[in-house]
Design a protein around this ligand. Sequence first.
Ligand SMILES: [Zn+2]
Length: 328
Amino acid sequence: MATPLSPRTPPDSRPATTARAAPVNAFTVDVEDYFHVAALASAVSRESWATRECRVERNTDRLLALLESQRIRGTFFVLGWVAERYPALVRRIAAGGHEIACHGYSHQLIYHQTREEFREETARAKDLLEEAIGAPVLGYRAASFSVIRSSLWALDTLIDLGFRYDSSIFPIRHDRYGIPDASPDPGRVAAPSGRTLVEFPMASATFLGVKVPICGGGYFRIFPYWLTRAGLRQINGRRRAFPFYLHPWEIDPQQPRVPVGALSRFRHYTNLHRCEQRLARLLGEFPFAPMRDVLRERGLLELDAPVAAVGNGSPGQSCSIADAHSIP
Ligand SMILES: [Zn+2]
């Protein structure tokens, strides 16, 4: 059986050269508030969102200031619900030189939606974002990485809606997401219709033969910093770029506490007070650029308009549409 979602050319098969600069990685933010998070959904009804204290604008501005201080640009996957209420925030992010991408509208897991619901709300979110910035939105990331094997149909919807890339597949085992045998490398993946879309999957390192998700969010807060750094260096050492991701609420230790079970509490609240400082350190230790630019530099995305160069990133393992693997 063919390995699903695998690029044709593994990066290690490329000829080795010496003294090459480290691959440039994608820095990404999923712009949502603390009460949108799937781990808290059992205790936070959607109906209550409108009455809750919104902290996303202030927290995102803090992230923007930190990125500006280190002269780093990234990709912000903005929730449509946020864009509808804070279009000026979306414009501020774009004005800072960052890429605006789409995180859906309602933060519902794709595999809990019908195809029609998914199409309708994703189109709505894309429209809101494009209206805010007056430019096309190319990238998409699902709530809680909910493009899994049973919801791969969503890739066809993304193609239909004009998205150029997706960053929702996590090649690990997890109770809420993951396609464990998906390729860890950016490349084109085939949707059920046979059409293809560029995918930038989430990254893992391997320690003692065990795959460890290492590229942001709760993993970044819960694991000690040295482990994250070692894992990310391992990935870059193999000439692979990683996508790092974070949420604005993860640098907000003062956020209101929601009464949830022990596992969700652990995932959501651990080390919030350490996160901003850790992030500042990380930003100084790895090269980053917006995801769009990293994909373009690796030959996976052709853009009509020129974007900033991402430095000395390694050449990409591009593969043509015909090379993309079908999904069994
Ligand atoms: Zn999210």
